[in-house]
Ligand binder design. Structure first.
Ligand code: IMP
Length: 428
């Protein structure tokens, strides 16, 4: 049996939705292990459109188990709304197909508000977060004052924990001259929502242990360059997005991971602020954005677009242990005369082949490109590698060589069937 982790190899939005949907049809169990409702993708199944933010993709399919692991931060109201919305579209969600870790931390209204206050006050140095409270909730988790799913079962536990968390937040809020939060009000809101969440709550590590003989898909959110340790810090999200987080964020051993599939867009995009060496602020960037429909699923923000950065993808391959790449949105490049891939950077007159850790240096990198002739014909819907135009094959083979891992599938349109499959991660 193979267990597969799907990880984004860029700044998120690599087109994971389609790949995860295909893989979840093969898996028995689908696990979210980090992030929160900052993530988002749209799945189209039998002409019905489903927007997912927090629930694993498997929830849309019959006879699959969906798990939200301890590494995820959960806004209980957002989760409850997402469940209700999917139910209204005929999706069955019960205690038999959804399990939530009792040790996952909750996102509270104070977290969302703190995210907004900080972003509004940061001026030019804002991160460009999704403003959903993700960062402040993770801060309280590592600050050991977080409130967890299991705490919803006990009013006395909530009382104690709310005192602790509000002591911290209200002190900061006082300093910022913001309204002081009242414990009883939050407690009431939490106790009201509790039954909707608690029915799915359990020790997930135990469940995963029971599922030893099943195929598990660990569904990563965001991408390696948004990882809090390995990304373009501080312009990152607040969780570890690399594949290793799948084990920690769900409660199984690292030896349960058999294959890491890295999703890579044939060009690069990023939402929010932060360094982006290959960004195109010209008409080519705009053309890619229009054709690729580059707007965020969660915040509808326009994504910044640029050439593929081979240096960054290669770094992600190493850090996240990527065994194979799913190359997405190749068709978006179909009409371009010339296509470029960054193969090195120049920094203060010197050539370097990795992303330096300092943000100042990251902002001053000058990309050095390899140029490819555009294939100037449609690749949309192609299902066999040999049917691709020769110039597209050259681009793909060069990426494969440069990033030092194989390309295991190529997506040639948003349709699930339009995929060139070279290696099926579940059946190697
Ligand atoms: P946060 O995760 O809301 O704190 O946002 C931190 C950074 O991560 C911002 O640049 C966001 O735009 C980015 N981000 C968070 N989630 C996603 C995602 O699912 N796709 C792409 N970018 C994301």
């Amino acid at each position: 049996m193979k267990n597969v982790v799907v990880t984004g190899s860029q700044w998120g939005d690599e087109g994971k939705g389609k790949i995860v949907d295909w893989l979840s049809s093969e898996a028995d169990i689908i696990v979210r292990f980090q992030g929160g409702h900052n993530a988002g993708h749209t799945l189209v199944i039998d002409d019905k459109v489903f927007k997912l933010h927090l629930l694993p993709s498997g929830i849309i399919r019959k006879n699959k188990i969906s798990i939200i692991g301890n590494g995820v931060v959960i806004d209980p109201w957002a989760l409850s709304n997402e469940i209700d919305e999917l139910r209204s579209k005929g999706i069955e969600i019960t205690e038999n197909n959804l399990f939530i870790s009792d040790t996952a931390n909750l996102i509270l209204p104070i977290h969302k508000e703190m995210d907004e206050i900080r972003e509004d006050q940061a001026g030019k140095s804002k991160i460009g977060t999704t403003r959903r409270g993700i960062g402040p909730a993770y801060e309280d988790k590592v600050g050991r004052r977080g409130i967890r799913v299991g705490d919803l079962a006990s009013e006395s536990a909530l009382n104690q924990k709310l005192e602790k968390i509000l002591l911290h937040h209200n002190s900061i809020r006082k300093g910022l001259e913001k309204k002081i939060y009242n414990k009883d009000q939050i407690k009431k809101e939490l106790l009201d929502i509790a039954p909707k969440i608690l029915k799915y709550s359990m020790p997930i590590w135990k469940k995963l242990d029971e599922f030893k003989s099943k195929k598990i898909l660990f569904e990563g959110a965001q991408g390696v360059l948004l990882d809090v340790d390995h990304g373009t810090y501080p312009f990152v999200t607040s969780s570890n997005t690399v594949s290793a987080a799948a084990a920690i964020g769900s409660g199984c051993g690292a030896n349960r991971i058999d294959y890491v599939l890295g999703i890579t867009k044939a060009y690069t995009t990023r939402v929010g602020e932060g360094p982006f060496p290959t960004e195109l602020k010209d008409s080519i960037g705009a053309k890619i954005g229009d054709k690729g429909k580059e707007f965020g699923t969660t915040t509808s923000r326009k994504r910044r677009c640029g050439w593929l950065d081979g240096i960054l993808v290669r770094q992600s391959v190493k850090i996240s242990g990527i065994n194979g790449i799913a190359l997405t949105k190749l068709d978006v490049l179909d009409e371009l005369e010339e296509i470029k891939m960054c193969v090195s950077y120049e920094l203060k007159g010197k050539k370097i082949d990795y992303l330096p850790s300092s943000i100042e240096e990251q902002l001053n990198l000058k990309p050095i490109y390899k140029s490819f002739e555009g294939w100037k014909c449609s690749t949309k819907g192609i299902k066999k590698f040999n049917d691709l135009p020769d110039k597209a094959k050259i681009y793909i083979k060069d990426i494969e060589k440069f990033v030092e891992t194989k390309i295991s599938c190529i997506s040639t349109s948003p349709e699930r069937k339009d995929t060139i499959l070279i290696e099926d991660p579940f059946n190697i």
